[in-house]
Structure formats: C-alpha cells, structure tokens
Design a protein around this ligand. Structure first.
Ligand code: DQA
Length: 168
C-alpha cells in the first residue's frame, strides 16, 4: 500500500528502477488507430502515439518498450514479463479495460507503478465503458486527452518511480 492510499501490493519499487524500461501495452483494435472512428480516437496512428511516448521516456532517461495485441493472454503474459524487469507499465487495454479480470489480476501482481490510459473519455460515452476493472489496481488513469495522454502517462510513471518506499 502506498502512503497515497494506492493499490495494495506485495512488493514495492524504489529508485533503483530509475532510468529503466517503461512498458506501453495496447489492447484490441488499437492497431486500427487513425482509421478507426477518427471522430472519437483521432487521426494519429498507434505508431504516432508510441513515438510521443518514446520521446517522453527518452527525455526522462528511460527506454520505452511497446506491444500491441488483440489477445488478452498475450497482454497478461507481457505484464508477467515486466515483473522485476520494467520500472512501470502503461496500458490502454481498449475494451478489455471494461471486462478483463485477468488483466486486473496481472496488474495487481505488478510491483511497480502502472497507469491506465485512454484516448477518449470513457466516462462520457456509453454506459458499458463507464466501469474500468483495471482502475482499482493501477496507480491512476489518464483519459480524454487524446494523444497528449501518452506523454502524460509516461511522465506520471517517471514521477512515481523513486517516490515509492524502499524494498522491504
Ligand atoms: C479506449 C476506450 C475503450 O472504451 C475502447 O474500447 C477502446 C479505446 C480509448 O483509448 O479511448 O478501444 O481504450
């Protein structure tokens, strides 16, 4: 538990993670960004957003790793693989944000900071998007700022690394 009342975790990070790897995960249908409902998601592609995130990571002295998958299990495995290796995880899980207890559990078991990211503002859209099952186990959410959210999410991870307590 962080002193800001963050999610309960079995492990914590410390400043030894500074300058490490940030993992950016993108879920189902996000490979279609730029062509998919541009009135909602904009005209920028996922590669554009990843580049925005990469530049923000570079500025902070971090390396960005990215993975997009339409498959829940691949995203779960990527979060497992980040344990002990990545300083933080950013996830735009697409529609899995609203349904995936597997991603919820994987993120709950990730010891470092994590941020849920959305281009749109799900709270202002259809009712099924109002609930995120990931929200209770991430440090915070960035939603509704379009491509700017990718920079904000990286900056949030960088700010959180090192503010956590020392390893028990
Ligand atoms: C999204 C919002 C989700 O509700 C939706 O299913 C997506 C994209 C966003 O970035 O705004 O696929 O995560």
């Amino acid at each position: 538990m962080t002193d800001q009342g963050g999610p309960a975790r079995s492990e914590s990070t410390d400043s030894r993670w500074a300058g490490g790897v940030i993992l950016l995960l993108s879920g189902p249908n996000l490979s279609l960004l730029g062509r998919r409902q541009p009135e909602i998601y904009g005209r920028e592609t996922l590669a554009d957003h990843e580049e925005t995130a990469r530049q923000a990571a570079d500025r902070g002295g971090y390396r960005l790793e990215v993975l997009q998958s339409d498959h829940e299990g691949e995203l779960v495995e990527a979060i497992h693989g980040a344990r002990g290796r990545c300083a933080g995880v950013i996830i735009n899980a697409g529609a899995l944000s609203h349904s995936s207890w597997s991603l919820h559990d994987a993120l709950a078991a990730f010891p470092g900071p994590s941020v849920e990211l959305h281009l749109s503002n799900p709270a202002a859209r259809e009712p099924f998007r109002h609930r995120s099952v990931l929200a209770p186990v991430v440090d915070g959410s960035v939603a509704g700022f379009g491509g700017l959210g990718y920079r904000l999410a990286v900056e949030a991870i960088i700010a959180l690394v090192g503010t956590r307590g020392q390893m028990p």
